[in-house]
Design a protein around this ligand. Structure first.
Ligand code: Q46
Ligand code: ZN
Length: 309
């Protein structure tokens, strides 16, 4: 089988686009999709200082690599969740990647900051680990970016992540969440820094292939907590449909984005203000992060910025 662009040997078939590529043309296609996302959605420019949220997995490291190669100014923030073997190998991959590319990575360690990893912390709170993890990560990325002059936070969410999230939001008709489901969330005066998802047009399979073909050394093991995450069920459901009808996943998510541009949902009526405990923006009395911290046992938890190395 020959590449549709240059007739070299095919290394990947992309059913949803009815395309087949050799290694060089696939890498070209992948990077073109990222560039297209950045320009089409006006994500950032070379003047921006980009904070990449890196977990050590394929998505965030592939994103970081594309941005470095394209010459953007980047640094990364990694959250060490304190999950024994998984967090150790994730942190190791992130640090090695940064060293190999001469880039700066900051790490926030949950166990150093709170004496608890995400599993123990969610047990204390009687809350699913992924829900506590989401609050902590969003808070730390935003706060770190604001306090250190980063103009954009970039995450490695791919098409599968976004389609699964959309399915979850649609199943419950969560309008407030649907409004935030965009590859770009602009900064606002209340203190949210701009957030972007440059891989939103690329599937998980394509990101894995790109990482493999580029020799990116990422942590292959998934976070052990993902087993209990509802996102996994939504992904499985969408994969089942995608298998029967290739292209459905991208149509589902990208058509939602198109419709949002043509006839947007009514804007949020939620008013933001500064959290009285930490100053970060929130629509509740105190922000989700401070609420979590106030419920942890022991001496009052520090809500300040991350302890970094
Ligand atoms: S890292 Fe955190 Fe995910 Fe692990 S605890 Fe859940 S949310 S599964 S992206
Ligand atoms: Zn707060």
């Amino acid at each position: 089988m020959r590449c549709q662009k240059c007739h070299q040997k095919v290394v990947i078939k992309i059913s949803r686009a009815n395309a087949k590529y050799c290694k060089a043309c696939f890498i070209g296609y992948f990077e073109h999709q990222v560039r297209r996302a950045i320009t089409k959605e006006r994500m950032f420019s070379p003047e921006d200082r980009i904070l990449v949220a890196v977990s050590g997995g394929k998505d965030s490291l592939a994103l970081w690599q594309v941005l470095i190669q394209a010459g953007y100014q980047t640094a990364a923030l990694h959250i060490d969740l304190g999950i024994e073997r998984y967090s150790e190998s994730s942190s190791e991959k992130v640090v090695q990647f940064a060293a190999r590319h001469g880039q700066k990575v900051y790490t926030h360690r949950l166990k150093e900051a709170h004496q608890l990893g995400i599993v123990e912390l969610s047990g204390e709170l009687d809350r699913p680990p992924c829900s506590a993890c989401g609050v902590i990560k969003r808070y730390q990325f935003n706060r770190f970016a604001m306090e250190n002059g980063y103009t954009v936070v970039a995450t490695g969410h791919n098409l599968d992540d976004e389609a699964a999230r959309l399915l979850g939001n649609v199943l419950r008709w969560q309008n407030e969440y649907l409004l935030k489901q965009s590859p770009v969330l602009e900064k606002n005066e209340e203190g949210f820094v701009k957030k972007v998802k440059p891989l939103y047009r690329l599937s998980e399979y394509e990101v894995a292939a790109y990482s493999f073909l580029n020799g990116i050394d990422y942590v292959v093991e998934e976070c052990p907590m993902s087993e209990s995450s509802p996102m996994l069920v939504y992904k499985k459901a969408l994969n089942l449909i995608e298998h029967q009808s290739p292209g459905t996943k991208q149509q589902f998510y990208l058509s939602f984005l198109d419709n949002q541009k043509k006839s947007p949902l009514p804007p949020s009526t939620m008013a933001l203000h500064s959290c009285p405990a930490c100053g970060q923006p929130t629509s509740s009395e105190v922000c989700g992060y401070c609420k979590i911290m106030s419920r942890l046992p022991g001496p009052a938890q520090k809500v300040g910025g991350p302890s970094l190395t």
